[in-house]
Design a protein around this ligand. Structure first.
Ligand code: PMP
Length: 401
């Protein structure tokens, strides 16, 4: 008998969306291509020797605990480390408000599954992080886009979308935002707009999912302007951050801070998902925090990416095609470009890759199918020299398109 697997699938199973960017970056990273597509940290920032030493020590000295199942909420010593990190970001929280997750991606998945019933609205930035869009989609949220400019989400447009939903009798349960050096646009939400967003959350009674994996990667003197929303309002904000960009994404170690009632639900849902995140990985990260390795390397990592951002901006300044606009990120990995005219960045990508350059077309980051003439350029992977070379080549190709 032929089994119809499709027919057996749930609604979520039937409507799964693959992450087009992961497919594309696998392709772009396979050859000799200069890749502005990869959204990952540079492997040159990984403290390989130090992690090797910590890993050996962990197995030798704490092997019985580190190789055993662990608490769903997370390893106690790591929760302590995260609480200290949150205090530096202006948030005093206790262990029952924190849940360690297998990457922030798992946090997004769990939160989406907890919040939404089919048809509930999640507002997302235009453009937004594709992994976040996928998690919300799998959680059966109905996504509505909010415009962004150089200061982040446009508050007037947000209010308009809230009013529209209200007029349709639909519930806006949350807004999903990446306020610092957003993936994909590189834009940072201004302090004024942070306050305005929180005021609207109170007025219209919605939650804010604040996804903040790039917080530490700022290029300015300090992080005063980057104050997390959660530091200004503990009741309305569910905060996520990660060690993927400051240590190594392969450790898959991240955390959620949420009001107690909500973090308890995340813990219960996570129990069914994976019992706990890898205790071994968590023990390594806990020791990396305790020994000062994480904090010590931050200035170096910031400089590392700043030099690459500078190389990209300088080359664009000199060679960009007429009418093109691009963002000027003050941290993170990404810069966003909008081309003049009707160029379709998805359509021209194969020929660009053939000529040795890769980027990610902007369209998949938009929940409203916009952005055909936009692209994301990551400066995280390539050396400053290759960035200069690749951007000049890309600009020349774009001028002919
Ligand atoms: N959120 C954003 C905005 C990201 O850019 C990423 C990683 N690309 C994630 C979440 C997922 O990070 P993690 O490695 O912690 O799962």
């Amino acid at each position: 008998m032929m089994i119809d697997y499709q027919e057996l699938l749930s609604e979520v199973g039937r409507t799964l969306r693959p992450n087009v960017i992961r497919k594309l970056t696998a392709l772009a990273n396979s050859g000799k291509v200069i890749s502005f597509a990869a959204g990952a940290p540079s492997v040159d920032t990984f403290p390989i020797a130090e992690i090797a030493e910590i890993a050996i020590q962990t197995v030798r000295d704490k092997g019985k605990a580190a190789l055993q199942y662990g608490a769903t909420r997370g390893l106690g010593s790591l929760l302590e480390g995260v609480i200290a990190i949150m205090a530096e970001r202006g948030v005093r929280c206790s262990a029952d408000e924190v849940v360690m997750t297998t990457g922030s991606q798992q946090g997004l998945d769990l939160i989406a599954r907890l919040l939404f019933s089919p048809g509930d609205i999640a507002l997302v930035e235009l453009p937004s992080y594709i992994g976040g869009i996928i998690a919300l989609h799998n959680g059966q949220a109905r996504m509505v886009g909010v415009k962004q400019d150089d200061d982040g989400m446009v508050i007037d447009d947000l209010r308009e979308k809230l009013e529209q939903a209200k007029a349709q009798g639909r519930r806006v349960k949350c807004i999903y935002t990446i306020p610092n050096f957003q993936n994909p646009s590189g834009v940072t939400l201004s302090f004024e707009r942070r306050k305005a967003l929180l005021a609207l959350a109170d007025e219209y009674d919605f939650l804010i999912i604040e996804d903040d994996p790039y917080y530490e990667l700022y290029f300015a003197e300090d992080a005063t302007e980057l104050k997390p929303l959660v530091a200004m309002n503990r009741e309305r904000v569910i905060y996520l951050s990660s060690f993927s960009k400051t240590l190594a994404p392969g450790l898959r170690t991240a955390w959620v801070v949420a009001p107690k009632a909500f973090s308890a639900k995340i813990e219960t849902l996570k129990e069914g998902a994976d019992l706990s995140s890898s205790v071994f990985d968590q023990a390594i990260v806990a020791e990396a925090i305790r020994s000062g390795l994480v904090a010590k390397r931050l200035p170096e990592i910031r400089r590392f990416y700043q030099v690459r951002r500078d190389a990209m901006l300088e080359t664009l300044e000199r060679h960009a095609p007429a009418g093109a606009r691009w963002t000027k990120p003050v941290g993170g990995f990404f810069l966003w470009m909008e081309l003049a005219g009707k160029v379709d960045t998805t359509e021209i990508l194969p020929q660009v890759i053939e000529r040795g350059i890769a980027y990610v077309p902007g369209q998949p980051f938009f929940v409203d199918d916009g952005g055909t003439n936009t692209l994301r350029l990551a400066y995280s992977k390539e050396s400053p020299e290759r960035i200069a070379e690749g951007i000049e080549m890309l600009c020349n190709i774009l001028k002919q398109s």
